[in-house]
Write a protein that binds this ligand. Sequence first.
Ligand SMILES: NC(=O)c1ccc[n+]([C@@H]2O[C@H](COP(=O)([O-])OP(=O)(O)OC[C@H]3O[C@@H](n4cnc5c(N)ncnc54)[C@H](O)[C@@H]3O)[C@@H](O)[C@H]2O)c1
Ligand SMILES: [Zn+2]
Length: 358
Amino acid sequence: MKTAQSIRLDDYYIIFDESLTYLSAFLKEKKYSQILILADSHTAKLCYPKLLELLPELKSAILIETPDGESNKNLDACQEIWAKMLKAHADRKAVLINLGGGVIGDMGGFSAACYKRGIDFIQVPTTVLSQVDSSIGGKLGVDFKYGKNLIGVFKNPVLVLMSTVWLETLDKRQIVNGFAEIFKHALIQSPIQWKILSEATELPPTDFEQVLYDSLLVKKQVVETDPYEKGWRKILNFGHTIGHAIEANSLQKDENPLFHGEAIAVGMIMEAYIGTLTSGFPQKDLEEIVKVLTLHYGHYNIPEGSESTIWEAMLLDKKNQNRQILAVVLKAIGQPDIDVEITKELFQKAFNYYRSLA
Ligand SMILES: NC(=O)c1ccc[n+]([C@@H]2O[C@H](COP(=O)([O-])OP(=O)(O)OC[C@H]3O[C@@H](n4cnc5c(N)ncnc54)[C@H](O)[C@@H]3O)[C@@H](O)[C@H]2O)c1
Ligand SMILES: [Zn+2]
């Protein structure tokens, strides 16, 4: 089965399916023994009723609800999910539909991949971040007491369904948050998309579906080239080496911590600046990145005395090699430079540069 608005990735399709007619046909064709739907406390209230409205035949499916949020993406929650699946007598021909953001997609996919050695799962991402990033690429997993995403597997869904209908209940901050990954995809691989996005004054732009489609093509090309992150896939980490450390620092120190994408926006500015020092990234392009990202994310006042905590967090990055902090910077818009060492001196300069933008 294939429709016009679709992207093929490995052996499955990403389908733009606003009315869910494709899902209906897909489920009929697959003849699953049972359909289970995983939602968190928000998506169970806000998205599940819409899902039933669009596809009344799913009324007989079993809803598994789990508490929302990153703090509930763990093995305890998986155990609850597995227990509910067993209680529902789900066998190996059952399918799990993950209806939610990245937390539900990562944890539901992981739960399905482990349940009775693996059942099919379908991703129905309901946040911008999960649509453009976490629902594709095959990385599944949960957080563990020593850190984020430490326990997991690589496995593809049988189907990913994209629809803008879910975004109606998503607040503006969450939408803009997810857009950081869309900006990132454009900056690492697509000067044309960057040009289009840099002209958008509002997020999401009116042609959101097209923007999402183009952005997904970037992630598709990258993960297909390097599915297990041996090399090229690292380019998806642009903005994340410093951004993750800023996110962790904000979680510790800010009353209202940054969302992931907001921290990555800061990281992208700092790493783009580093590119001007190490890789010949043009100053005028840096200035444009600063202008565009500041328009949508504002300027973040990094809490006083955070330099050393952020630097320490960067030293713990699991992507470091031989105690060197290796990051992705830009040579030009659309052209990443991988494995650039960020020394403490470079970090300090980038930090001072970001501060000077206030
Ligand atoms: N697997 C990957 O490759 C990958 C990539 C990037 C991020 N991630 C993971 O994704 C997660 C973050 O994803 P996220 O930002 O979607 O977070 P999330 O799943 O926690 O969703 C954010 C919030 O929005 C709510 N929500 C979801 N859909 C909604 C809707 N349509 N209307 C109203 N509220 C809604 C959720 O209940 C939650 O409170 C992290 O755990 C991160 O590790 C994974
Ligand atoms: Zn990210």
